[in-house]
Design a protein around this ligand. Structure first.
Ligand SMILES: Cc1cc2nc3c(=O)[nH]c(=O)nc-3n(C[C@H](O)[C@H](O)[C@H](O)COP(=O)(O)OP(=O)(O)OC[C@H]3O[C@@H](n4cnc5c(N)ncnc54)[C@H](O)[C@@H]3O)c2cc1C
Length: 435
C-alpha cells in the first residue's frame, strides 16, 4: 500500500550527489531539492556556472561561455530570464557591414547574394554527404566557390565551425542536426550568470572539490575527491565531454563499452572569445563588422558591444578550431597586436590600439577541455542517447553532450539536468510504492 510516511523516509534517506555546478548540474540539484531530496553538488572550481561564466571586471559583462539565448521563443531559458529579471536584447545579424581583406567595403547587394548562396549550398551538403565523409570533403568535391571565395569561407568559419566544429572533422550528414525554437537570438545584457545564480540558491555546493574516482561496485557509491571522500545512493555526472574524453574521472567498474565508444565518437570543438576595449569608438555603428580573410577562423567577426552597452567602446571577436587552440599559446600583447592589425585593414589610421583585453582559454581549462560537443564524422545520433543512459539506476549523466536535440547549448544542458532529476524522482517513487 502507498504510504506517504514511507515516501518521506525514502526521500530523506536517499543521498544524491551531483558532480559539476554548471547549468545542467544546478538544474538537476534544484529539482531534486525542491522535491525534498538530500542533494549535494561537488564542484571542481570555486564558482558555479561552468561554461556560463560572466566576467564583469571591465564594467560590462564579458561572457566567457554562453552569451546568446538561441531562438528564445519557446526556449526554457527565456522563462528563467523572466524569473531573474534579466534584461534581454535581440542581436540583429542583418545589421552587418563587411570588408574584403584589403579593407575595401563589400557592396551590400554582393554581401546578401553571397549569404543567400552560402545557405543554399550549406543546406545541400547532406544531399552529397556520406557517412564518414566530412563537411570539408563535400565542399571541396562539389562546391568549389565555397572553398575559394573569401566571403563564403567567412560564412563557413563563423556560421559552421563556430556553431559546430572544424569542417574537416564535422559530419557531412549530421552537421545540421539539432532542434531549434523560434525567434532571433538574444543576449542577457546584465549577465548570463543570473541564470546559474538563481538555480544555485539554497543548494549545498562543495567548491574546490574535484572528483577523481566514482566507485559504484558496492551498494553505496563512493566518490574520492580533492577534498575528501563522499558516499551516495545516486550520482549525476555532469562534467563536460572534454573531461570524459580525458578520463579525468576513474569509474569503478569501468564505464560500459558503448558509453566509452559514444564519448569517443562525439566531437568536442574549440572556441575562444576575446573582448577588446578602446579609448574611443572608431568603427561603424552596426551590430556586426566582418573582415573576410584568407584564414577566417580567427578575428574575422566583430560584435559591436556598444550596441548592447552604450559607450563601452568594446568589440568582441572569436577564434575557432585549431586557431582557438593556437591562440591559447599567445600572450595578451600578441593577441592585441593581431586584432589591431586586422582592424587597421578596415579603419587604417583611425584604428586605436586596444586598452584592455579579456580572453578565454577553454581548450586548456582542466575542467572543460574544449568548447562544446558536435557531430563529427564518427558520430551517430544514437551516441547522444547512449551518453544520457544511466548505469544500473545508480550513475546518471547530464550535460549538453547528453542532449540529442539541443546538444552544444545552454538550454540543452539545462533540460538534460531536469531530465535526470525526473528519472530519479520517478524511480524512487516507484520503488517506494513497492515497499
Ligand atoms: C565559448 C563558448 C560559447 C558558448 N556560447 C553559447 C551560446 O551563446 N548559447 C548557448 O546556448 N550555449 C553556448 N555555449 C554552450 C553552453 O555554454 C554549454 O552548453 C553549457 O553551459 C554547458 O553546461 P553543462 O552543465 O553541460 O556543463 P558545464 O557548464 O561545463 O558544467 C560542468 C561543471 O563540471 C565541473 N567539473 C568538471 N570536472 C569536474 C570534476 N572532476 N569534479 C567536479 N566538478 C567538475 C566544471 O568545473 C563545471 O562547473 C557556449 C560555450 C562556450 C565554451
Amino acid at each position: 500500500m502507498f504510504s506517504f510516511k514511507n515516501e518521506k523516509r525514502r526521500v530523506k534517506e536517499n543521498k544524491i550527489i551531483v558532480v559539476g555546478a554548471g547549468i545542467s548540474g544546478l538544474a538537476a540539484a534544484k529539482d531534486l531539492q525542491t522535491k525534498g531530496y538530500n542533494v549535494t553538488v561537488l564542484e571542481a572550481t570555486d564558482k558555479i556556472g561552468g561554461r556560463i561564466d560572466t566576467d564583469n571586471s571591465l564594467g560590462i559583462p564579458f561572457e566567457k561561455g554562453a552569451s546568446w539565448i538561441h531562438t528564445p521563443i519557446g526556449n526554457p531559458l527565456t522563462d528563467l530570464t523572466k524569473q531573474t529579471q534579466s534584461n534581454i536584447k535581440v542581436t540583429d545579424f542583418d545589421d552587418t557591414v563587411a570588408f574584403y581583406n584589403d579593407g575595401t567595403k563589400i557592396k551590400s547587394s554582393d554581401y546578401w547574394s553571397a549569404k543567400k548562396l552560402f545557405y543554399k549550398q550549406h543546406e545541400q551538403i547532406d544531399m552529397y554527404g556520406k557517412k564518414n565523409e566530412s563537411y570539408a570533403d563535400v565542399v571541396s568535391k562539389y562546391f568549389e566557390s565555397m572553398r575559394n571565395d573569401d566571403l563564403q569561407k567567412f560564412f563557413i568559419a563563423n556560421y559552421v565551425t563556430f556553431d559546430t566544429g572544424e569542417t574537416n572533422k564535422l559530419s557531412s550528414t549530421l552537421y545540421n542536426y539539432g532542434e531549434e525554437y523560434e525567434g532571433t537570438d538574444a543576449v542577457i545584457t546584465n549577465g548570463y550568470e543570473k541564470i546559474p545564480q538563481y538555480l544555485a540558491e539554497n543548494l549545498t555546493i562543495q567548491f574546490n572539490t574535484k572528483v577523481h574516482t566514482i566507485d559504484y561496485s558496492l551498494d553505496k557509491i563512493q566518490l574520492n575527491t580533492s577534498n575528501g571522500s563522499y558516499n551516495a545512493d545516486k550520482v549525476i555526472v555532469t562534467v563536460p565531454l572534454g573531461v570524459l574524453k580525458k578520463e579525468i574521472i576513474q569509474f569503478k567498474p569501468d564505464l560500459p563499452f558503448e558509453k566509452k565508444q559514444a564519448i569517443k565518437n562525439i566531437g568536442m570543438n574549440h572556441v575562444n572569445k576575446f573582448i577588446v576595449t578602446f579609448d574611443k569608438c572608431f568603427w561603424h555603428d552596426s551590430q556586426f563588422i566582418i573582415l573576410t580573410k584568407e584564414n577566417p577562423n580567427k578575428y574575422s567577426w566583430y560584435l559591436n558591444v556598444n550596441k548592447t552597452h552604450e559607450n563601452c567602446n568594446a568589440l568582441l571577436t572569436f577564434a575557432y578550431g585549431m586557431d582557438a587552440v593556437e591562440s591559447e599559446k599567445r600572450t595578451d600583447n600578441q593577441i592585441k597586436d593581431e586584432i589591431y592589425n586586422n582592424l587597421k585593414k578596415i579603419y587604417k589610421h583611425q584604428t586605436l590600439y586596444p586598452t584592455n583585453l579579456l580572453r578565454t582559454k577553454w581548450s586548456q581549462d582542466p575542467n572543460t577541455h574544449g568548447g562544446y560537443s558536435y557531430t563529427s564524422t564518427s558520430t551517430s545520433m544514437k551516441d547522444f542517447d547512449i551518453l544520457a543512459k544511466d548505469i544500473n539506476s545508480k550513475i546518471y549523466f547530464a550535460g549538453e553532450h547528453t542532449s540529442r536535440d539541443y546538444f552544444s547549448t545552454a538550454h540543452g544542458a539545462y533540460l538534460s539536468g531536469k531530465r535526470e532529476a525526473r528519472k530519479i524522482i520517478k524511480l524512487l517513487r516507484t520503488s517506494n510504492f513497492k515497499l
